[in-house]
Ligand binder design. Structure first.
Ligand SMILES: Cc1cc2nc3c(=O)[nH]c(=O)nc-3n(C[C@H](O)[C@H](O)[C@H](O)COP(=O)(O)OP(=O)(O)OC[C@H]3O[C@@H](n4cnc5c(N)ncnc54)[C@H](O)[C@@H]3O)c2cc1C
Length: 453
């Protein structure tokens, strides 16, 4: 697709990890004339969640979250589009219908990213596991499932590393869904009826919850006790365990999803979201799980429309790693001691910096690349405006309380407050104001600081 300008002879950077952040960083540097060596260990060595050799593979959901700038996640995408993000451009091209969300055909999406990187004359891909931190200018973007050796090396540089456990949702084939017991609808009728909804009455819901709580899990109990889940990605069985109605207020929330057969909202609902362009695969929204595979078949087939479900992929649960950014980074994604970078030309990028999510990880790849470019040119590091989503994430990584630090999605809570009271505005209206402010500040940043528009 894109061929970067010829690499300036002495500008070079090494990137470890060709995931979302690493691919974005490689593209951004290459398009500024920097020669990039990108290490990606797949397909020769896989992580527990990746299944292909493609760059920027999505390991779980095929949704990149809300798309419109009337949501915080949409504001982040707006900024990435303005900054020429490869990942978002490829997502826009691989988009499939999913209401207000930017969902993609995962294979088409990662093929677009892979092609763009492979055909970029400034990028050399080395399909090998990196086992140590390179000496020269480097970005570590090896992700939450980074291989052991690089994890050890990164751990040594950054000091203590936090780990917790994350879970991925099962995918079913549409033809195995009993559509006589399901219906297509988006919440509150917004969208083109892209979700398949499997309704449940109270009796079946309670039986289902009971089965979830007692089903056998794949992780040994002592490990489970130590596990720390990211609250936004709780396994469904852990949610079930927390209370009779926890799932009904979470992924099984029926509000705004009236069943056309009865005209009423069901007691609970399991939503299925399209997972590929052909519309043959659907993932179970919010059903990340760590149940043993035969148990998944048994328990999830208790859902009325899924009695004969064929699982194209079972749910899985994995290690997740990130650094305690406010304690070990310098505010510019560089490993630091007492806030002072250990090396001026070594950056972390992606999920390991302490952000959470595909788009947030991409944003941290883009930011690391812009910082690296400045270092290579001997310029001051650019300060992202704090009223932007990217600036707010970076500020969170710098200023969050280290003792309770948790990975962060983009949300209005991390943006600086508006200068006027917005209490009377609805959330989308408030978001629109934040989006406008972010756009203005990002335009100014691009013009005055990055010198390009
Ligand atoms: C199981 C799981 C499910 C998740 N589900 C979601 C979700 O549904 N939605 C969401 O928004 N976020 C999700 N996340 C969080 C996060 O958004 C993704 O993990 C995202 O892919 C992170 O992007 P990244 O670029 O930091 O890492 P990755 O995309 O994982 O990229 C890292 C790359 O580095 C490579 N690598 C690792 N070690 C080495 C090495 N030593 N040498 C060379 N290459 C190496 C890997 O093969 C991989 O390609 C999930 C995370 C996990 C672990």
């Amino acid at each position: 697709m894109t061929r970067g300008p010829s690499a300036v002879a002495d500008l070079h950077a090494t990137i470890i990890g060709g995931g979302l952040a690493g691919s974005e960083a490689a593209f951004q540097l290459a398009s500024r004339g920097v020669g990039v060596t990108l290490y990606e260990m797949r397909p020769y060595k896989n992580t527990p969640a990746h299944t292909t050799g493609r760059l920027a593979e999505l390991v779980c959901s095929n949704s990149l979250g809300a798309n419109s700038a009337s949501s915080p996640a949409g504001i982040l995408k707006q900024e990435l589009r303005m900054l020429g993000s490869l990942v978002i451009e490829c997502a826009d091209r691989a988009k499939i219908p999913a209401g207000k969300a930017l969902a993609v055909d995962r294979d088409i999406f990662s093929t677009f990213v892979t092609d763009a990187i492979e055909t970029n004359g400034n990028i050399k891909i080395i399909r090998e596991e990196a086992t140590e931190i390179p000496r020269g200018a480097s970005i570590i973007a090896a992700g939450p499932l980074m291989s052991g050796k690089i994890a050890e090396a990164a751990g040594e540089i950054t000091g203590a590393r936090l780990s917790f456990f994350d879970a991925a949702a099962p995918i079913v084939t549409l033809e195995s869904v009993d559509m006589s017991q399901a219906y297509c609808a988006d919440r509150y009728g917004v969208g083109g009826g892209d979700y398949v909804n499997c309704p449940m009455d109270r009796e079946r819901y309670e039986a289902f919850r009971g089965a979830l709580v007692t089903a056998e899990r794949a992780v040994a109990n002592k490990y489970d006790e130590r596990a720390r889940y990211f609250e936004g990605c709780l396994p469904i069985e852990v949610m079930a365990e927390r209370g009779m109605d926890t799932m009904r207020f979470g992924p099984m929330r029926p509000v705004g999803l009236a069943d056309p057969a009865t005209g009423r909202e069901p007691y609970a609902v399991v939503q299925l979201r399209r997972d590929n362009a052909e519309g043959t695969l659907y993932n179970m929204v919010g059903f990340q799980t760590n149940l043993k595979w035969p148990e998944q078949d048994r328990v999830f087939r208790m859902i009325p429309a899924l009695e004969n479900a064929e699982f194209a992929r079972r749910g899985v649960m994995h290690r997740n790693s990130f650094v305690c950014a406010p304690a070990v980074l310098d505010g510019y994604l560089r490993p630091a001691c007492g806030g002072i970078a250990l090396r001026p030309d070594l950056f972390l990028a992606g999920q390991i910096t302490g952000v959470e999510g595909y788009v947030e990880s991409t944003a941290m790849g883009l930011a690391a690349a812009l910082y690296m470019h400045s270092v290579l040119l001997g310029r001051e590091l650019p300060e992202f405006p704090t009223a932007t989503a990217i600036g707010s994430l970076l500020r969170y990584l710098k200023e969050a309380e280290p003792s309770t630090f948790q990975p962060m999605n983009t949300n209005l809570g991390i943006f600086p407050k508006l200068k006027f009271s917005a209490k009377k505005l609805s959330k989308p209206e408030r978001c629109a104001v934040y989006a406008e402010r972010s756009r203005n500040d990002m335009e100014e940043f691009m013009y005055n600081i990055l010198g390009r528009f």
